[in-house]
Design a protein around this ligand. Structure first.
Ligand SMILES: *Cc1c(COP(=O)(O)O)cnc(C)c1O
Length: 353
C-alpha cells in the first residue's frame, strides 16, 4: 500500500495464477499447460525468424495471424480479433461490452479471472450456481442482464454444454452479448464458432496456450460478428497498438499449418485423461466427466488440501481451490502418459490408500 495508490486499485483483488516453480525436477500438473512441444512448424518459424527485424514495430493489425485464423476456422478476416493471450482478449471484451446498467451473468464456479475483470471495470455481476452435478443450466440465465459469459468446457469442472443449448440461449437472449470462452474446446467439446456466422450476439474466445502448446508465446483470439470485432479494436487501439510481438505472430501463425501434429497431441492427451480417470477411480477418486486437458476429482475420504500437500511433498504439483463447495476437489492437468503413471504410482503409495 502506498499513499500514491488511487482509490480504484486499493480495492482490487488480483487473479492468482498457479505456481510457476523455479526448480525443474517437478511434475507440473497445476496450470493446464500442454506437456508436448509446440508444433514443428511453429518451432521452425521461430528458429528462422530474422532477428534484425526486431528493431521495427510489429504489425499493429496482426494481419498474417488474422488471415491464418480466418482460413483455419472458415470465417471472414473481419470476424477475427487477436490479443496477448486470451486473458487480454477477455479483459478488452469486458471493457468493450459488459459495462452495462444490467448485471453480467456468470457461473458461480468458473474461470476466476471473470470476477477480477468485473472489479477492475466496476461491472456489476451475478454469479449463477452450478447444478448439483457441477453443470451449467442455461435456463438459469433467462433473466435481465447486461451480458453473459461462461467457459465451455467450463473450468475447473471440465464439463461441456452441447452447441444446441448455446444456440437456444442466443435465440432467447437477444438484447445482450454472450461470450463463450473456449480455452479447452479442442479436448473434446464442440466450438460455437459456427454460430458466429449466424448470430451477432455471440463472441467466441480461444487461445494458443492449451491445445497448441504455446502458453509462453501469449496469443489468444476472438471470433464474432465484424461489428463486435470493431468494438474490440477500438478498445485495443486505445490501450496498446502492438500487443503481439513479431515472434508471437510468426509462431502462432505457423502452428496453424500443422494440423496432423495438433490432432495427434490432442488425442494423446485425451487418451491419457481417460486412462488416468480409470486409475483414479480404482483408488477411490470420483472425477467429473472431462472434455478438457484436466480432471476435476475428489477422493472418497481424503481431503483435497491434504492430497495436494502430499503430492507436493512428492514433487507433483496439482491445483486446489479453497473455495467453499469445491474445496475437496483437485484439478489435475493431463501431462504425458509417463507423468500420469508417476502420479498414479505416487497416489497408490499414499499411506491411507
Ligand atoms: C487458460 C485459460 C485462459 C487464458 O489463456 P491465455 O490465452 O493463456 O491467456 C482463459 N480462459 C480459461 C477458461 C482458461 O483456462
Amino acid at each position: 500500500m502506498s499513499k500514491y495508490w488511487s482509490d480504484a486499485i486499493k480495492d482490487l483483488t488480483p487473479y492468482t495464477p498457479g505456481e510457476q516453480p523455479k526448480v525443474d525436477n517437478l511434475i507440473k500438473l497445476n496450470t493446464n499447460e500442454n506437456p508436448y512441444p509446440p508444433a514443428p512448424a511453429a518451432i521452425e518459424a521461430l528458429n528462422s525468424f530474422d532477428k534484425d527485424r526486431l528493431r521495427l514495430y510489429s504489425d499493429p493489425d496482426c494481419s498474417a495471424l488474422k488471415e491464418g485464423l480466418a482460413e483455419y476456422h472458415g470465417v471472414e478476416r473481419h470476424s477475427v480479433f487477436v490479443g496477448n493471450g486470451s486473458d487480454e482478449v477477455l479483459a478488452l471484451a469486458f471493457m468493450a461490452f459488459f459495462r452495462q446498467p444490467e448485471p453480467l451473468l456468470l457461473p458461480e464456479t468458473t474461470y476466476s479471472f471473470y470476477d477480477v475483470y468485473c472489479n477492475l471495470y466496476d461491472i456489476t455481476y451475478e454469479q449463477i450456481p452450478l447444478t448439483a452435478e457441477f453443470g451449467i443450466d442455461l435456463a438459469d440465465y433467462d433473466r435481465p442482464n447486461g451480458g453473459i459469459i461462461f467457459a465451455n468446457p467450463n473450468a475447473p469442472t471440465g464439463r461441456a454444454l452441447p452447441l444446441a443449448e448455446i444456440e437456444a440461449l442466443l435465440q432467447r437472449n437477444t438484447q445482450s452479448l454472450v461470450i463463450v470462452d473456449e480455452a479447452y474446446v479442442d479436448f473434446g467439446a464442440d466450438s460455437a464458432i459456427e454460430l458466429t456466422r449466424r448470430y451477432d450476439n455471440v463472441l467466441v474466445i480461444q487461445t494458443f496456450s492449451k491445445s497448441r502448446s504455446l502458453a509462453g508465446l501469449r496469443v489468444g483470439y476472438a471470433i464474432g460478428h465484424p461489428d463486435l470485432i470493431d468494438g474490440l479494436e477500438r478498445v485495443k487501439n486505445s490501450f496498446n497498438s502492438y500487443p503481439l510481438d513479431m515472434l508471437a505472430i510468426a509462431g502462432a501463425t505457423a502452428s496453424l499449418q500443422d494440423e496432423d501434429y495438433f490432432q495427434q497431441t490432442n488425442q494423446k492427451i485425451i487418451d491419457s485423461r481417460e486412462w488416468t480417470a480409470q486409475q483414479l477411480a480404482q483408488l477411490g477418486f470420483d472425477s467429473l466427466p472431462s472434455c478438457t486437458n484436466f480432471l476435476f476429482t475428489q477422493h472418497k475420504f481424503l481431503a483435497g488440501a491434504e492430497l495436494m500437500g502430499y503430492l507436493r511433498g512428492n514433487n507433483i504439483l496439482v491445483r486446489h481451490f479453497s473455495k467453499p463447495g469445491i474445496e475437496n476437489y483437485l484439478r489435475i492437468t493431463i501431462g504425458t502418459q509417463q507423468e500420469m503413471e508417476a502420479l498414479v504410482e505416487t497416489l497408490r503409495n499414499h499411506p491411507d490408500l
